[in-house]
Design a protein around this ligand. Structure first.
Ligand code: C2E
Ligand code: CA
Ligand code: CA
Ligand code: CA
Length: 281
């Protein structure tokens, strides 16, 4: 029995070891990936859940690895955050997302869809000129109105701030850029501080949406969040809507915007452009 225990330990140790080696390899590959042009963006439509018209797109990064194929962001964003590579990667994402949104404005002058970009905490510390200054410069360069950019951040980023992030966000909001809390409800979910956070949009996490059709309790929680958001004049975007039942319940609650496989999976730039074209016709 003692040997079996030892054996189990060795197996555990060696799997731990290979996990560490894997992360190292991933990190080395990541360092080269920007220069190699191995990243691309997909765009998931954010729609009015009532009439399904497109209001915006969330930019989601993809890594086309030379041997592994498409690596999902869940596997490399945390590595990029630890190594600091998220700063140049995040800059690449913002630049390309803003460029895409500017293109769509040219192609569909009547539509003015916005682009929503995920931002990590590290990105605020990564540049000398200040995050807000840099973002405003990028959108100005592409001729995108500030209101056509939404920046998504997590609750923990907003709550563990020592004042520096708040100052940057104030500058961005002053200029008209909007801020969203991503994965809302999965973090501290203390509703009392919401009033004080410098945000415009709550992205209601998929885990809530998954259960509204099956659990009366969860349904009541989401209903309350939607009402509170209305009082605080925050917009809600429901994430991960997969069924008509979920959609119907959200419409009844008065939730206006959402995204999810029910409407569309994340699309390539070309498919997103086609999506807009079909909607306009
Ligand atoms: P997120 O910001 O919560 O993004 C939503 C994720 O849910 C995306 O996965 C999207 O493809 C997926 N999704 C959307 N609708 C549905 C649905 O109806 N059902 C299901 N099952 N999934 C749905 P993805 O693209 O794998 O991204 C995962 C996470 O990676 C994102 O979660 C975000 O936290 C992070 N991420 C992606 N792109 C970036 C980026 O450019 N910068 C940063 N910092 N993080 C990013
Ligand atoms: Ca997001
Ligand atoms: Ca989210
Ligand atoms: Ca998420």
């Amino acid at each position: 029995a003692k040997d079996a225990g030892k054996d189990r330990w060795r197996r555990y140790e060696s799997s731990l070891h290979s996990a560490v080696v894997e992360r190292h390899k991933l990190r080395a590959d990541l360092d080269r990936a920007i220069a190699d042009g191995a990243f691309l963006l997909h765009f998931q439509p954010i729609v009015a859940i009532g009439d399904r018209r497109t209001h915006g797109f969330e930019a989601l990064v993809r890594w086309n690895h030379p041997t592994r194929g498409m690596v999902p962001p869940a596997e490399f964003i945390s590595v990029a955050e630890e190594s600091g590579l998220i700063v140049p990667l995040g800059a690449w994402v913002l630049r390309n997302a803003v460029e895409a949104a500017a293109q769509w404005r040219l192609l569909h002058p009547g539509e003015d869809v916005y682009v929503s970009v995920n931002v990590s905490a590290r990105q605020f510390r990564g540049r000398e000129q200040g995050f807000a200054r840099w973002v405003l410069q990028e959108i100005d360069r592409m001729g995108l109105p500030p209101a056509s950019l939404l920046l998504e951040m997590t609750e923990s980023l907003l709550l563990h701030d020592d004042g520096e992030v708040a100052a940057e966000l104030a500058e961005l909001r002053e200029a008209g850029v909007r801020i969203a809390i991503d994965d809302f409800g999965t973090g501290f979910s203390s509703l009392s501080y919401l009033r004080r956070l410098p945000v415009d949009v709550l992205k209601l996490d998929k885990s809530f949406i998954d259960t509204i059709a099956s659990s009366a309790e969860q349904h009541a929680v989401v209903d309350m969040i939607v009402q509170l958001a209305a009082i605080l004049q925050l917009q809600i975007v429901a994430e991960g809507i997969e069924t008509e039942a979920e959609r119907d319940l959200l419409v009844t609650m008065g939730c206006h915007l959402g995204q999810g496989y029910l409407f569309s999976r994340p699309l390539s730039y070309g498919d997103a452009s086609q999506w807009l074209l079909e909607e306009a016709s």
